[in-house]
Design a protein around this ligand. Structure first.
Ligand SMILES: O=P(O)(O)O[C@H]1O[C@H](CO)[C@@H](O)[C@H]1O
Ligand SMILES: Nc1nc2[nH]cnc2c(=O)[nH]1
Length: 287
């Protein structure tokens, strides 16, 4: 196993992990779904499942956050071979960005072409309600702007170019497909598009920080997703992302409300079925 604070992996280490998976299952997924905090029950919808605990996969980090199981689940969703990450890794857990994003390159090496990434996020946009879904059209990489970009360090051309473009990070076709599906399913009243902003965490934001993020153009804020998206785009995966708005961030000094992880998990529990139905439909239509 790699030590806790390693800042990079060799190509061979990604390959060892990929080869271990290929040797332990004959399933060959084209699509990976990363389940956000409290959203892991989506993996239970897969048919004909094969699961692996992260601790058994060479070089895989371990999930340490409540609401993140720590399992890879292979199986069919809407008739398509998928793999679900039931639990992700966060920078605030003390993992370097290379560890946070390690699985993405492994998925690329086993043949995955599309990433669907989900997260729990605080709503900044005042028109969003708790329980709404935000389709991610763009992001504000605050952790990256302050020097924590997962692609810092030596570039391995076998994965991608030194200076990847991010203006097309979120696939436009998948986004419009998702909007069509939202209409079909009568979800339009609680589905929005918006800009996701990542902070390193683990503290939730101060009131002044929330006001600043609002001014910067962020619609939702969380502590994940962007590192995975960057590494996925670097190695050529198509990306679709969504946030479940689990709480409204506090932007007013007169309120007694406080962000907390229990509320986050509670909202996920309440909305898990609708979110699962939406993603299941989306997967059925992804080519
Ligand atoms: O982004 P995910 O993993 O869904 O979880 C979000 O919820 C947790 C905080 O409540 C943080 O981990 C934040 O990033
Ligand atoms: N940073 C951050 N992450 C979250 N995850 C869920 N809600 C929140 C929030 O309000 N802020």
């Amino acid at each position: 196993m790699a030590s806790a604070n390693r800042c990079s992996y060799t190509f061979e280490e990604y390959k060892e992990s990929a080869e271990w998976l290929l040797a332990h299952t004959d399933k060959r997924p084209e699509l990976v779904i990363i389940c956000g905090s409290g959203l892991g029950t989506l993996a239970e919808q897969l048919e004909d499942k094969t699961s692996f605990k992260y601790q058994d996969i060479p070089h895989f980090p371990l999930s340490t956050v409540p609401g993140h199981e720590g399992r890879l689940v292979f199986g069919k969703l809407s008739g398509k071979q998928c793999v679900c990450m039931q639990g992700r890794f966060h920078f605030y857990e003390g993992y370097p960005m290379s560890k946070v994003t390690f699985p993405i390159r492994v998925f690329h090496l086993i043949g995955v072409k599309t990433l669907i990434v989900t997260n729990a996020a605080g709503g900044i946009n005042r028109s969003f309600n708790v329980g709404d879904i935000m389709l991610i059209k763009d992001h504000l990489n605050i952790a990256g702007l302050s020097g924590q970009n997962p692609l810092c360090g030596q570039n391995d051309e076998r994965f991608g170019v030194r200076f990847p473009c991010m203006s097309d990070a979120y696939d436009k076709q998948l986004l419009s497909l998702a909007l069509e599906i939202a209409k079909e399913m009568n979800y339009s009243s609680f589905i929005h598009q918006g800009v996701y902003c990542m902070l390193a965490g683990p503290t939730y934001e101060t009131i002044a920080e929330c006001c600043m993020l609002n001014t910067l153009g962020a619609d939702a804020v969380g502590m994940s997703t962007i590192p995975e998206v960057i590494v996925a785009r670097h190695c050529g995966l198509r990306v679709f992302g969504l946030s479940l708005i689990t709480n409204k961030v506090v932007m007013d000094y007169g309120t007694h409300e406080k962000a907390n992880h229990e509320e986050v998990l509670q909202t996920c529990k309440l909305r898990a079925k609708d979110l699962q139905a939406f993603i299941t439909k989306l997967v059925s239509k992804v080519d």
